[in-house]
Design a protein around this ligand. Structure first.
Ligand SMILES: Cc1c2[nH]c(c1CCC(=O)O)Cc1[nH]c(c(CCC(=O)O)c1C)Cc1[nH]c(c(CCC(=O)O)c1C)Cc1[nH]c(c(C)c1CCC(=O)O)C2
Length: 340
């Protein structure tokens, strides 16, 4: 039994005394202790060493007081396990030196045995569960197949992912074969994460909102739905799509336990578009954590008033920014805890 089960209750739609709170990308990034580890170990070493991943995962629980932990890892460990070479370049982010931008390259991509290739993640989950000692739930995650495809085809981060779109629209067959391989690997991976002990799963479709609604359905949502179908009877799933407000109705009928929304869709619209029954998560503008703590607290209380305390998980609308003062992150979390 998990002592602080607010998140799990909210995911089941049960009434709570106050909403649970956590922050996307809370593990690392802005925490000074994380910066110290970052100087000593490169990114994938931090992901691949269970002791380091565990240490980083529990930092925000101890230092900021969130109601859930999210495993320190990355969405790109999945394509790495598919034997695609990925580098994390400081200041630049993920780089795929040989992008998967032709059908010939897609055909060579393998669906790996995740138990072998990603065993370090499952070990990190087991160690983190021990360390958390059932205080708070542990969230496991994966990227949506579309969001992963974006990096594999484009070769690096982008505001438009134009090369990724070009590939989808000029070689849809090649794109769907790649999406199929990512989906199959992701399902096997998430099932192993569940076995290793995570309490909930979040799917990050960070770039879903770059697609127009019909393309979103074809290149992103149908694969998200397959992942949800494979998991929903085993574990609660949170589906987060940045900029995907137009799909909230479809998403709300998918069998997920909750939907993540960003700050461009207000609470009233999000409730309306999602049918008013499903648990929603979000949607504080991460840049609003630059505001003074008193302002943050006022805005957080307004946000909870707008979403309602039940069927709601307080969170940011996207990941926390790297230069947010820890005090401001704490003000965000405290504001939720102080909500009456
Ligand atoms: C698109 C995406 C990625 N990774 C992720 C997404 C989806 C969510 C989102 O949109 O923010 C998800 C992610 N990445 C990371 C986590 C771990 C948990 C957590 O931070 O709370 C999670 C949940 C660690 C990380 N992943 C990365 C870092 C920073 C690099 C480092 O620590 O050396 C961390 C802590 C690197 C990464 N990884 C990725 C990018 C674009 C970058 C570089 C820019 C950045 O810093 O965000 C891909």
């Amino acid at each position: 039994m998990i002592k602080n089960d607010l998140l799990l209750k909210a995911l089941r739609g049960e009434s709570v005394e106050r909403p649970p709170v956590w922050m996307m990308r809370q593990a690392g990034r802005y925490l000074p202790d994380f910066m110290k580890l970052k100087e000593k170990y490169d990114f994938f070493t931090r992901c691949q060493t269970p002791e380091l991943a565990t240490e980083i995962t529990v930092m925000p629980i101890k230092q900021v007081g969130t109601d859930a932990a999210i495993l320190f890892s990355d969405i790109l460990v999945v394509p790495q396990a598919m034997q695609i070479h990925i580098e994390m370049q400081p200041g630049r982010g993920p780089v795929v030196p040989d992008p998967i931008d032709t059908k010939e390259k897609v055909d060579k991509v393998i669906v790996p045995d995740v138990r072998e290739e990603l065993n370090y993640v499952f070990e990190a989950i087991k160690l983190t569960k021990q360390e958390l000692n059932d205080e708070v739930p542990l969230i496991g995650f994966a990227g949506s197949p579309w969001t992963i495809l974006c990096y594999l085809v484009q070769g690096h981060g982008s505001k438009t992912f134009d090369k990724a779109k070009k590939f989808c629209f000029t070689d849809p067959l090649g794109a769907h074969i790649l999406l199929r391989k990512i989906t199959d690997t992701t399902i096997a991976y998430l099932k192993e994460k569940v076995k290793a002990g995570v309490d909930a799963i979040q799917l990050f479709d960070s770039w879903g909102g770059l697609l127009e609604p019909q393309d979103y359905h074809e290149f992103s949502w149908q694969y998200m739905q397959q992942i949800i179908d494979a998991l929903k009877d085993e574990i609660p799933v949170i589906a987060y799509g940045k900029g995907c407000w137009f799909a909230l109705k479809t998403m709300s009928q998918s069998g997920t336990s909750a939907l993540g929304v960003d700050w461009t869709c207000d609470a009233r619209n999000a409730r309306y578009l999602s049918g008013g029954q499903i648990t929603l998560q979000g949607n504080f503008d991460p840049a609003r954590l630059y505001s003074p703590p008193s302002e943050i607290k006022r805005m957080v209380h307004q946000m909870i008033d707008a979403f309602g305390k039940d069927r709601y998980i307080a969170n940011l609308g996207h990941g926390i920014l790297p230069d947010i003062p820890v005090d401001h992150a704490r003000a965000f979390v405290d504001a939720v805890k102080e909500y009456k």
